[in-house]
Design a protein around this ligand. Structure first.
Ligand SMILES: Cc1cc2nc3c(=O)[nH]c(=O)nc-3n(C[C@H](O)[C@H](O)[C@H](O)COP(=O)(O)OP(=O)(O)OC[C@H]3O[C@@H](n4cnc5c(N)ncnc54)[C@H](O)[C@@H]3O)c2cc1C
Ligand code: SF4
Length: 455
């Protein structure tokens, strides 16, 4: 798939990948063998009929391809861009064994973009079902909440989404940067959901503006879906973390993506533009933070990760793009202390590591090399070492069963300990992926439909 030149794109927030032309899409689809036993489908967490949608691309029947995709995935233009296909459907493609798998994700993106480019009358949208008279509240408007709301509306229920931020979309708008997922795509999908009859109430923090109990007892919702994510940042707990210039990746990315701080003062929210930026972590969030810091004008951005590149949880494509754009990788080192002067960051002390025996994650554990500390000169530190469950909602819902780590406990269908209250996405699994959150939202919606209608 064509991409913008690394040097040019590192200076702005426009999208990196340019997408397939019709010819390129057909050419790539022609590589698909149309296997009798399409192993790619098992690799997809929502079991999209990949073989059939690629056959539609081979025929040039884009509309059929879109409708096949949307049977299982309501947001193909989003998933085609951000799903870790290399670990899911593409790794299971038979051609992967011989070399290059079919670029399933890029074909999905092509069809998703085709659908978005159609005028409203020709877009592939589900038809709302006969009204059931039941009202459902959905908490959170990330992929889990959006997918759940869409499916509930398709089944005829009246749905209201309550979102704590001033814009809906969850991580798709506040976390994943514009250069990977243009916000206009998410906005189009949300508009389509509104057109479908789903109401979205923003600036509504469940647990503060209303409790979970009040949603049902005072506002009269028959059922509730919790899709409130796992957005509470984890910090390192090292000395100096309170200096100005230390950000959680969540705050850094929210300022830039959601509040458009890169347009300050045209936008209201500023962001500290570091000259030398250290980003701690090795996942997608760390990669997004590092590439964002470069685009804000940093001279030097380096990624501090305690294992090696092989163990990094980030998508290979993101690692490749970050490196191409000039992010420096400091592997096998772990931060020990943030240095500062007059309240501001001036450096980071880190320690060299080596890999020991595998830990409970199955990856070789990093072990400190004593006496190997060194200092890196930096004025900004972005901490991207994970997030966990936010207790705001659960603290006001004493009957809601939680796991030991504070995530919502559910059965396979998403039912919680409270009858009529379901949950899915990161608030159940901890930080995972967009497609898993969407799959959980759709599964819970179908189970809620059964509970609401007694079917
Ligand atoms: C920077 C970043 C990059 C990522 N990159 C990828 C990627 O490339 N590919 C991939 O598959 N996954 C990626 N992920 C993970 C993926 O985005 C998440 O797994 C997914 O968004 C989870 O969806 P969700 O709906 O459960 O939660 P979220 O997307 O977190 O949405 C939860 C929503 O609930 C709202 N909310 C929270 N509490 C309340 C409350 N009390 N009341 C009302 N609303 C509330 C939040 O504001 C938010 O809008 C990334 C995550 C981040 C942070
Ligand atoms: S496994 Fe690969 S070649 Fe076979 S049907 Fe799926 S995408 Fe096509």
């Amino acid at each position: 798939m064509p991409e913008r030149d690394a040097r040019e794109r590192a200076g702005d927030f426009s999208e990196v990948g340019l997408g397939y032309s019709e010819e390129q899409a057909r050419e790539e689809a022609e590589r698909c063998l149309q296997c009798r036993n399409p192993t790619c489908i098992e690799g997809c967490p929502v079991n999209i009929d990949i073989k059939a949608f690629i056959a539609a691309v081979q025929r040039g029947d884009w509309a059929d391809g879109v409708s096949l995709l949307k049977e299982r995935n309501p947001l193909p233009a989003v998933c085609g861009r951000v799903c870790p296909q290399e670990d899911q459907c593409e790794v299971a493609c038979v051609l992967a064994k011989k070399g290059e798998p079919v670029a399933i994700g890029r074909l999905e993106r092509f069809l998703g973009d085709f659908d978005l480019a159609c005028d409203a009358r020709h877009r592939c949208v589900a038809v709302p079902g006969e009204p059931t008279g039941k009202r459902v509240a959905v908490v959170g408007s990330g992929p889990a909440g959006l997918a759940c709301a869409g499916e509930l509306a398709r089944l005829g229920h009246a749905v209201t989404i309550f979102e704590s931020l001033h814009e809906p979309g969850g991580v798709l708008v506040y976390g994943i940067p514009e250069f990977r997922l243009p916000k206009s795509i998410v906005a189009e999908e949300i508009d389509a959901l509104r057109g479908f009859g789903v109401e979205i109430v923003t600036d509504a923090v469940i647990g503060a503006t209303h409790t979970l109990g009040e949603l049902r007892e005072e506002l009269g919702y028959d059922a509730v879906f919790l899709g409130n994510g796992a957005g509470l940042p984890v910090f390192l707990g090292i000395p100096g973390e309170n200096f100005n210039g230390v950000y959680s990746a969540n705050e850094f990315l929210t300022r830039v993506n959601l509040m458009r701080a890169y347009e300050f003062p045209r936008a209201d929210t500023p962001v500290w533009r570091g000259r030398k930026v250290a980003v701690i972590g090795g996942g997608n969030v760390a990669m997004d933070s590092a590439r964002t810091a470069l685009r804000l004008g940093a001279e030097d951005v380096f990624l501090v990760y305690r294992r090696t590149e092989d163990e990094m949880p980030a998508r290979r494509e993101e690692v490749h793009h970050a490196r191409e754009e000039g992010v420096r990788f400091e592997m096998l080192c772990s931060p020990v202390e943030v240095l500062g002067q007059d309240g501001w960051v001036t450096g980071l002390v880190a320690q060299r590591m080596e890999l020991g025996e595998p830990d409970e994650s199955g990856r070789r554990a990093p072990v400190c090399i004593m006496g190997s500390e060194f200092t890196v000169d930096c004025d900004t530190v972005v901490v991207a070492v994970g997030t966990r469950a936010n207790p705001l909602l659960s603290a006001t819902a004493p009957d809601l069963g939680l796991t030991g780590r504070g995530y919502v406990e559910t059965d396979e269908d998403g039912a919680t300990s409270i009858p009529g209250v379901y949950a899915g996405g990161d608030c159940v699994t901890g930080s995972a992926t967009v497609i898993l959150a969407m799959g959980a939202g759709v599964r819970a919606a179908r189970a809620m439909d059964g509970w609401l209608t007694g079917a």
